[in-house]
Ligand binder design. Sequence first.
Ligand code: FES
Ligand SMILES: [Fe+2]
Length: 340
Amino acid sequence: MKQIAWKTLPARIYRDGDLYDTERRQIFARSWLLVAHASQLQETGEYLAVTAAGYPLIVVRGENHAIRAFHNVCRHRAGPLANDGRGKCEGNFVCMYHGWRYSFDGRLIGARDFGAAEGFDPREYALLSLRCETWRGFVFINLDRDAVPLSKLIAPLDARAKHIPLEDFRFAKTTSHDLLCNWKTYAENFLEAYHIPQIHPFLNSAIDSTKFEIDVSPPCVFYLAPRRDDSPVSGLWAWMWPCLSVNVYADGVLMERIWPLSATATRLDYLYLFPEGVEPAVVERTIKASETTTFEDKAICEAVQRNLDAGVFETGCLSPKHEQGVAWFQSEVKRAINLV
Ligand code: FES
Ligand SMILES: [Fe+2]
């Protein structure tokens, strides 16, 4: 019996600014988002500030070696504690605007020269904290206090990644790629291997793309294909809702987050990790393979976005053989934004 060819989401979903605001609140503010590798925050006071779907956030290694996360927003008049990037604070955070001081557990410990003020209680002005959990060295945050714990949600990925000695891997490099497309255009591209023979000649030669297996295990999707001898890829790719992909290489791993900058711009942030002592040539070969694939995906996603923006294409269809990962993703988007 033939399976149904699902309809795709309408094209307007990929360019609408109002809808993007809804996605920020309904998807990104309610999901576990990868923000760092714990080795980027080794000493007390080391922090990493990032903007996730328009939410400025900061994670810090504080007392007792605990990693905590906050909105990067001072409670006085919304100044930032730090610019985006990595750094180290001595002793406490100091707001960049008027110099209020916060401890690394978020307490307001000094409102610089504020003066005597009736009814001002510093205890009411602690930083706004976020849920923060670590999975095998990767630090995730969630803006939603009521979110299901990451440790539970990540179970399908945890099971698939059991054989990878992630704890022995060392953080090697970060890179970023800016794409002129909606985040879903890129996400859906990652969620199918149908395009590989057309778009990725090198990747296609590194695996047997006729034998792709797809496993949709919400909130994760996995792709498996037999790798050819001496290929830099391992033949395993994973995805976790809404914007994390895990590219497992023969000699390392690339954690990739797909963050929207606006309705029509997306940033890919890559974290590469390799086992300690791996040959530099191996690192170079892996990163080259990854970048080749990224540049090919960037070109096709930006071309698709231009066509979605042109206002001619309304809706398409999805292959039950190859695109069940995309179908699942689209159903999650529809549910999250209450699209009928
Ligand atoms: S906004 Fe932070 S001290 Fe004024
Ligand atoms: Fe691709």
